[in-house]
Design a protein around this ligand. Structure first.
Ligand code: ADP
Ligand code: MG
Length: 266
C-alpha cells in the first residue's frame, strides 16, 4: 500500500563492522520482495551498499554527495538495482568531503532532510545506510529520519557504544528532529551456541525490553559472500539462514509498522 509519505529509517551505529550495510541491503530487499517500493540511501563514503548492489564506481553518476550539496533530487540520483523494487542513491569517496562542506551554515544538519522532503513520494520506505561514526553525515541521517534502527553485534563491547548513540539521539531530539523515534535494536552475527552471544542478548533485552527485535540475525557466511556477487542474499542464496532471518526481520518490521490507512478522499 502506498503511503502519502515514505517512512524514513536510518540504520546507524558508530561502530564499524556491526552489520549496518548488510542490514540495509537485505532488509531493503526483503521489504521490496513483499511489495514495498524501497529506496536505500548510501550515506557512507566507503560506498559498500552501492558496491554490494552492483553499482560499479564508474557508473555512479550523481550520488548522495549531489543529493546533499547540490540541487540534485531523488529522481535524478536514485537508480534501480538488479533487485525488483529496490533502488539506491549510490555513494563515492567524494562524500567524505561533504562533512567539511556542510560544516558552515545553520542548516548543516538538515541537508538530507530537505532533499528527501522535496519529492520522496515514489517510495514507501527509505533506508539510510549511515557511516561508522557520529559525524555530520550520520547526524544528517538522524535528522532526516522518522526512526533509528541499530544493528548490534552480539559481542562483549556491544552495549558500550550504544549508550553514546542513545545520547546522540537525545541531542537530535532536543534540537533538529524532536520526532525521532527508536525503531529498534537488531542483534546481528548471533551465534546461539556461543555463551557470549546469549549473555549479550540477555543484557540487551533486560536493558531495552521491547525495543529489541525478536528476530536475531545469525552469523552466516552466505551473508558475507553475497555482496561480492552484487546481490542481496535472496538472489544469491534464498534458502540460507541469513535469507530466512532477514525475511523474518522484514516481517517483524512490517508488524511493528502497520501501513497507515489511506486518507479519505473528500
Ligand atoms: P557495517 O556496515 O556496520 O560496517 P557490514 O554490514 O559491512 O557492517 O558488515 C561487516 C562485515 O561483516 C562484512 O564483511 C559483512 O559481509 C559481514 N557480515 C555482516 N553481517 C554478517 C552476518 N550476519 N554473518 C556473517 N557475516 C556478516
Ligand atoms: Mg557499512
Amino acid at each position: 500500500m502506498r503511503r502519502n509519505r515514505p517512512k524514513i529509517v536510518s540504520i546507524a551505529n558508530q561502530k564499524g563492522g556491526v552489520g549496518k550495510t548488510t542490514t540495509a541491503i537485505n532488509l531493503g530487499a526483503a521489504l521490496a520482495a513483499r511489495g514495498s517500493k524501497v529506496l536505500l540511501i548510501d550515506l557512507d563514503p566507503q560506498g559498500n551498499a552501492s558496491t554490494g548492489l552492483g553499482i560499479s564506481r564508474d557508473q555512479r553518476g550523481l550520488t548522495t554527495y549531489d543529493l546533499l550539496l547540490s540541487d540534485a533530487d531523488i529522481q535524478s540520483t536514485a537508480r534501480s538495482t538488479g533487485f525488483d523494487g529496490l533502488s539506491i542513491v549510490p555513494a563515492t569517496t567524494d562524500l567524505s568531503s561533504a562533512d567539511a562542506q556542510m560544516m558552515s551554515g545553520p542548516r548543516r544538519l538538515s541537508h538530507l532532510k530537505m532533499a528527501l522532503s522535496q519529492s520522496a513520494s515514489d517510495f514507501d520506505t527509505i533506508l539510510i545506510d549511515c557511516p561508522p561514526s557520529l559525524n555530520l553525515l550520520t547526524l544528517n541521517g538522524l535528522v532526516a529520519a522518522d526512526t533509528l534502527l541499530v544493528p548490534l553485534q552480539s559481542e562483549f563491547f556491544a552495549l558500550e557504544g550504544l549508550s553514546q548513540l542513545l545520547l546522540t539521539v537525545k541531542e537530535v531530539r532536543a534540537s533538529a528532529n524532536p520526532k525521532l523515534r527508536l525503531e529498534g535494536i537488531v542483534l546481528t552475527m548471533y551465534d546461539a551456541r556461543n555463551n557470549l552471544s546469549r549473555q549479550v542478548e540477555a543484557d540487551v533485552r533486560d536493558t531495552l525490553g521491547d525495543l529489541v527485535y525478536q528476530t536475531r540475525i545469525p552469523r552466516n557466511v552466505r551473508l558475507s559472500e553475497a555482496p561480492s556477487y552484487s546481490m542481496p542474499i535472496f538472489s544469491f542464496d534464498p534458502l540460507s539462514k541469513g535469507a530466512v532471518a532477514y525475511r523474518m526481520l522484514a516481517g517483524e518490521f512490517l508488524r511493528r509498522n502497520p501501513a497507515e490507512p489511506e486518507p479519505a478522499h473528500v
